[in-house]
Design a protein around this ligand. Structure first.
Ligand SMILES: [Zn+2]
Length: 398
């Protein structure tokens, strides 16, 4: 009986379905690894938020292309690695974009664990109550439970303004433009809630939300103080933790901020940095600035950066820009064929960055009058008619 029951539970988290023209054997292997941990990710999310799930439910896992592989049908995409949605409660869908496995998904496993927390809470609370929770709470719980605190802190500290003045990372839980840079602060508020001297305060907040209470009231009921005081205390807690974590590295973060400020003139300082701190999370970002600063001689340095970007702590959001700069350098050095291949690669695998449009224009202009050029330029003109290369492109296709 027990064996049958647990089997029935297992079947509620489906294996990935792959709906992709871009899938490669390597990406397939990454997805198999995710399939192997999907039940564990689900069970641990369920346990850690003490979820009360409906009797029947389904978690659907999907890998899809963010954009069509045909460059003439080029589209921008969201810039999201994965997303969780539910139109048809109690069914929840976690969708991974295939491009990210190739180009910028450093840790698919923690991403799945993160999305699984969103999925479990959606199933538990239903779309309406879950949707009413503020973003900091939803993301904070997901980051905390998926074990992404360090990853998100590194990500935050890679922003030069934050490296220069770490406390700017803490811009308020309920700030208007909530983005990835806020995730560490969000999770710290959940940590601060979870470290109260009683059992399961996070669970109790979720219990009250499940009962239909507003999240602010739920937090007040559990912490026994006004919501604003909770926010203030969480901020103090986060500030203390942040300052302790960067205390050893003040000089390093300061140097990094200066590298970003010097930008294309930062070559010498990059060398100093890499010699002094060869194995820190900021290394990948510094390799990017070093390649940029090498100007016409940056080819090998861009390759070194690109390799680093796909490792843990890699500066993934610079990948497309680095490839674009490398493609330009190749063209400049009369290596047009390699340059065209790299432009094609950016357009094919891009992860939503604005430079993909530059690549589409520059690729078309580079290979013109080849017959393949016109569809690229036409598509670029459709999507970005006011681009700085639009006039040039128009003359060639009209
Ligand atoms: Zn999330």
């Amino acid at each position: 009986m027990m064996a049958w029951l647990s089997l029935a539970l297992l079947l509620q988290v489906d294996a990935f379905t792959i709906e992709s023209k871009k899938i490669t054997p390597e990406i397939r292997k990454e997805i198999e690894k995710l399939d192997a941990i999907r039940n564990d990710a689900f069970d641990s999310a369920k346990k850690q938020v003490a979820a009360k799930l409906p009797g029947e439910f389904q978690v659907i896992l999907e890998a899809v292309d963010g954009a069509d592989p045909d460059p003439a049908k080029f589209t921008r995409h969201s810039g999201m690695t994965a997303e969780t949605s539910s139109r048809d409660h109690p069914k929840v869908k976690i969708r991974f974009y295939v491009e990210y496995f190739a180009n910028g998904l450093g840790s698919p496993e923690s991403t799945l664990r993160h999305e699984m927390v969103h999925a479990v809470m959606r199933l538990d609370l239903g779309n309406e109550k879950y949707g009413k929770l503020p973003k900091w709470f939803r993301e904070g719980v997901a980051v905390f439970i998926a074990g992404q605190m360090q990853e998100k802190l590194s990500h935050g500290l890679m922003q030069p303004s934050v490296a220069k003045d770490p406390e700017t990372l803490l811009d308020g839980l309920e700030d208007a433009d909530h983005n990835l840079g806020d995730y560490w602060e969000d999770a710290m508020a959940i940590v601060s809630l979870s470290s109260l001297p009683m059992r399961g305060p996070l669970w109790k907040v979720i219990d009250h939300v499940r009962d239909g209470k507003d999240y602010k009231l739920a937090i007040e009921m559990v912490t026994g103080k006004p919501f604003d005081d909770f926010v203030k205390d969480a901020r103090e807690h986060a500030t203390k933790s942040l300052l302790a974590q960067v205390a050893q590295g003040r000089q390093m973060y300061g140097t990094y901020a200066e590298i970003a400020r010097l930008n294309e003139e930062s070559g010498a300082l990059c060398e100093t940095f890499l010699k002094q701190w060869p194995k820190v999370p900021l290394r990948s970002a510094v390799l990017y600035y070093r390649a940029k600063a090498a100007k016409d001689e940056g080819l090998a340095a861009f390759d070194e950066f690109l390799a680093s970007a796909r490792e843990p702590h890699g500066k993934v959001d610079f990948i497309d820009d680095a490839k674009l700069r490398k493609a330009r350098l190749l063209a400049k050095k009369d290596r047009a064929k390699e340059s065209a291949e790299l432009y094609a690669d950016i357009v094919y695998w891009h992860i939503g960055s604005a430079v993909a449009i530059d690549a589409l224009y520059e690729w078309g202009l580079l290979i013109h009058p080849d017959a393949k050029a016109a569809p690229l330029l036409k598509r670029a003109l459709e999507l970005a008619p006011k681009h700085r290369l639009a006039d040039k492109a128009k003359k060639l296709v009209e």
